[in-house]
Write a new protein. Structure first.
Length: 153
């Protein structure tokens, strides 16, 4: 599981002893867009859809599978959930709360830093993918409309 990459066995045990195992049935939600976030999840079994609301409709952003994490953005920015996550089949996940991460911080700052870096890498990977998609849309729009300018700086 990439979120736990380079974490020592001792620290992984520390986290897993404190984390909750959560089971979510098919079609139920782990959380919904705009909920306040205080934990992230690592999918042990099952598959989820990441969903976003737009003009009263729900749109799919991505599917996540075993080993993927979600919910980490709310921990990094201490804000509301940016999307909903719905189980597309019965799921089991590890829930790591901000309180558990704070305990790790007090217990082993180096290991806490590694988890933070792993979370940041995941967010950056997703941001890079979103940037690529946005660029593709911009290029398609600019070739269809010669007057189109995304940036007018």
């Amino acid at each position: 599981m990439p979120i736990f990459g380079a974490i020592s066995d001792e620290s992984l045990k520390f986290l897993l002893e404190r984390a909750k195992e959560v089971q979510v049935a098919k079609d139920d939600y782990f959380f919904r867009e705009n909920d306040q976030g205080s934990s992230m999840f690592v999918l042990e079994e099952g598959r989820v859809a990441v969903l976003k609301s737009w003009v009263g409709q729900t749109q799919g952003l991505a599917f996540l599978n075993r080993g993927d994490c979600f919910g980490e953005m709310a921990l990094i920015e201490m804000g509301a959930r940016s999307a909903s996550v719905q189980a597309t089949e019965d799921c089991t996940a590890i829930e790591v709360s901000i309180d558990i991460l704070h305990e790790l911080y007090q217990h082993d700052l180096e290991q806490f830093t590694i988890i933070q870096m792993n979370m940041s890498r995941e967010v950056c990977r997703r941001l890079r993918k979103a940037d690529d998609l946005l660029f593709q849309v911009q290029m398609q729009t600019s070739t269809q409309d010669p007057n189109y300018r995304f940036y007018s700086g």
